[in-house]
Design a protein around this ligand. Structure first.
Ligand code: ZN
Length: 413
């Protein structure tokens, strides 16, 4: 799948030192510093292309964009892979509901998503991989699981046995009852007759009448969602046999903690014999005016719609960065208006001939981001600098600060 055009990142002046990046790890529940490395492997779960790109999606991809930017600023390479679930039940259901071809729906939403990512200044993944193009990889992954006796048939479908991983359930910290409930809410089928464990997940769905299918060693069908990501991550991130973990960062929205990331971690642990991710990072959900934002409520706000009405993409980006990434937050008109006002004050301050000292502000931005992507503190530092500049302080370099804001926060002035 074609990724989107790359975004230039200004280099960091060597006078600024970059501390190790610390991130909140869902598995341990603590903040962990990433080791200093030359190459990081990061996998972020992509969209199912039927409702791109709402603000929740955008907040998630901005979170991992900050990680990508910071690690690159240290001089490291970031091998970043993102999938796109371009075949799955929700996509087919939406296409049927709207009376359109599922492929046309997917293509149109993928185009919108690419455009939104470009507008929001998100660095593209090195590999952007669709589920359909990954079917050969998925069937290979299922064969690896089969060879380890962790896959079994229910009628013509294939299921992964979650109990074959002794660590199953330990990463997401839910009780058995909670896991069953969430599994059911998020596409699982706990009541299917013939499963060994209610939480066992589908890895291959045999062809159904009227639905698309592809040939495989297990008969015609299509891949399950979790195995799609496990297969793509391993094939494109190419884990280093010398490392203790298959990859460095597994990311996505907090609604993927269970079952999606738990299943993926179990599958990869069985396939590779080592823990999946060094760090599991999850972005919080974005609500609207006090309510959960969801397709069922019909209150999703789309990035492309905001841009069409004339909202500057950098204001949207700044608005989404104005709250802690890991917590659930609310989107309101006030949040957007505050971001617009901040952006314009910043543009105006940076365009002055004389500006307040900038070195300390840049150092604060770097230190804040290194501390679990604390964008709230970084923006406070920028606000303080704007006030100093407006009050007439001089001695800084507007170029130095605007470059740092671009490099680390992705806000291009
Ligand atoms: Zn995924």
């Amino acid at each position: 799948m074609r990724s989107w055009p790359t975004v230039a990142i200004p280099p960091v002046d060597p006078k600024f030192s970059l501390p190790k990046l610390t991130l909140k790890d869902t598995l341990s529940g603590t903040k962990k510093a990433l080791p200093t490395k030359n190459l990081y492997r990061m996998y972020v779960c992509g969209i199912t292309p039927y409702d791109a790109t709402h603000l929740g999606h955008a907040a998630t991809y901005l979170t991992f964009d900050l990680i990508n930017r910071y690690l690159r600023a240290t001089g490291a390479e970031v091998r970043y892979v993102q999938n796109i679930t371009d075949i799955d039940d929700p996509l087919l259901e939406r296409a049927t509901r709207d009376g359109i071809n599922w492929e046309d729906l997917a293509h149109s939403q993928i185009e919108l998503f690419r455009g939104d990512m470009v507008n929001l200044h998100v660095l593209p993944p090195e590999s952007y991989i669709g589920a359909v193009e990954a079917i050969p990889l998925v069937t290979e992954a299922i064969e690896v699981l089969q060879a380890k006796n962790t896959v079994y048939p229910v009628e013509s479908d294939l299921y992964f046995s979650v109990r074959s991983d002794s660590e199953f359930g330990t990463r997401s910290h839910y009780s058995q009852v909670e896991m069953s409930e969430i599994f059911s809410e998020r596409g699982g089928d706990p009541d299917r007759v013939g499963k060994k464990d209610v939480l066992d997940c589908l890895v291959w769905l045999a062809a159904r009448p009227g639905e698309p299918s592809w040939p495989s060693p297990f008969g015609a069908g299509r891949p399950g969602w979790h195995i799609e990501c496990s297969a793509i991550a391993l094939a494109y991130l190419k884990p280093d046999p010398e490392e203790d973990f298959a990859i460095d960062i597994q990311g996505g929205g907090s609604d993927l903690i269970f079952p999606h990331h738990e299943m993926g971690a179990s599958q990869v642990a069985i396939m590779t014999g080592k823990p999946y991710a060094r760090t599991y990072v999850h972005a919080g959900m974005v609500g609207l005016d006090g309510e959960k934002m969801s397709k069922s409520k019909g209150n999703l706000i789309f990035v492309s719609n905001l841009i069409v009405t004339g909202v500057e993409p950098m204001a949207i980006r700044l608005a989404l960065l104005s709250a802690a990434y890991g917590k659930d937050r609310m989107w309101t008109d006030a949040v957007l208006e505050e971001a617009k006002a901040r952006l314009h004050r910043l543009q105006s301050a940076l365009s002055r001939n004389e500006v307040a000292p900038t070195q300390e502000c840049v150092a604060l931005i770097i230190a804040s981001l290194a501390d679990n992507l604390d964008t709230v503190r970084a923006i406070k530092a920028i606000d303080a600098w704007i006030e100093q500049t407006e009050s007439g302080l001089t001695g800084g370099s507007s170029g130095e600060l605007s470059r740092a804001i671009d490099t680390f926060l992705g806000i291009a002035i």
